[in-house]
Design a protein around this ligand. Structure first.
Ligand code: SAH
Length: 348
């Protein structure tokens, strides 16, 4: 069986010609139906014989909506999706002034072990294929009936730990023959796999690279993010600068504020110095996020005033920083919380 949604358009054309013995223009018809979330039986401009043939040799990777939570305060939607093998992931649909944005998962579970994160609790079960990641966007778009215009890879999983599938997903979803979501509207977030950041730079994509930094020194970072023991802040910041130099794309940094851990005004000053040391006058952007307390850890969030104060120190030091608006608080919208609750439910 061929997983259709993991094929780039030229591969789909080859499949149509070689496996289905059809003229390659059928590829356009099939990808149009896929964008609408349809299966072979629903592809009404294909002959019955062709639909049967597709059913016998092609697999569609749409996930099923297992649960759906809608925030009462800001209409953020959280989906718990399951794939055919029973693995589940989460996606979150957020409404911004500039349009609908989806946060997708790239792996079922995660091996990175960040202490504050609910997604990593049971480890990684498996990678998702390009088509399975694409399926999250298509099913959410079909369900909400509006066009999704932005994608962030900030759901469950470490995108750079599933490199080939993630690159393929980006190429497919941004293609005019698929959902045509411009690469400038796609962000990839990583905890900092330095060797893969260098590989990513070579891919010549227009996406935004977002780094989960969360600390201004190695002691703090290693205590909350095990990856820092392999790739420390120095190696990470150098890789980020190389990424900027190669691609010309401004790098974005995520900084989760954890009460009493990394959120002091002095810390903000140290963070500013860190950025200046490696980036000089090169542009960058910092997103400040208050930690979401998850059941399994004891981290407490910084008070609103402390977050504002942290942001102010960064700005005073010439660092472009904003405090991320919290969406979907009432539906546990931070990644991994729903999946982890679901796994616990099925285990008890
Ligand atoms: N593995 C990738 C992408 C998934 S995590 C990465 O590490 O970037 C997406 C973002 O959510 C990361 O910045 C991560 O550090 C952050 N995050 C995870 N758990 C969180 C929590 N409990 N509170 C706030 N942010 C969290």
């Amino acid at each position: 069986m061929t997983e259709l949604m993991s094929l780039e358009f030229n591969e789909l054309e080859a499949f149509v010609k070689n496996e289905l013995s059809e003229s390659s223009f059928r590829a356009k018809q099939i990808s149009k139906w896929i964008c609408k979330g349809c299966n072979a039986d629903q592809m009404s401009d294909l002959s019955m014989a062709l639909r049967d043939k597709l059913n016998s040799c092609a697999l569609f990777s749409y996930p099923e909506i297992k649960r759906k939570l809608v925030s009462k305060t800001d209409r953020t939607v959280k989906y718990l999706f399951t794939y055919l093998d029973g693995e589940s992931v989460e996606s979150v649909l957020m409404r911004y002034e500039h349009g609908l944005s989806i946060c997708v998962s790239t792996e079922a579970g995660c091996n990175m072990g960040c202490k504050f994160c609910a997604s990593t609790i049971g480890g990684k079960k498996r990678d998702l294929t390009a088509g399975e990641i694409l399926g999250q966007v298509i099913v959410a778009q079909k369900d909400c009936g509006e066009r999704i215009s932005n994608i962030v890879m900030m759901g469950i999983g470490e995108p750079l730990d599933n490199f080939d599938n993630v690159i393929k997903f980006i190429k497919i979803v941004s293609s005019p023959n698929s959902l045509n979501i411009g690469q400038r509207h796609i962000s990839l977030s990583t905890c900092g796999l330095v060797d893969k950041i260098d590989l990513l730079a070579k891919e010549d994509l227009q996406i935004t690279l977002s780094i989960s930094l969360h600390a201004y020194d190695d002691n703090i970072r290693s205590s909350i993010m095990p990856i820092n023991k392999k790739w420390n802040i120095d190696s990470l910041m150098r890789a980020c600068k190389r990424y900027f130099d190669t691609t010309g794309r401004r790098v974005s940094f995520e900084y989760t504020l954890i009460g009493g851990k990394n959120d002091s005004p002095e810390g903000a000053k140290r963070l500013s110095e860190l950025f200046r040391k490696y980036f000089g006058k090169a542009p960058l952007h910092v997103n400040l996020i208050n930690v979401n307390t998850v059941r399994e850890n004891q981290f407490v969030s910084s008070g609103r005033e402390r977050v504002e104060a942290f942001c102010k120190v960064l700005s005073q030091n010439g660092i472009n920083a904003t405090v991320r608006r919290r969406l979907g608080d009432d539906i546990a919208a931070a990644c991994g919380q729903l999946r982890s609750a679901e796994i616990q439910n099925t285990n008890t």
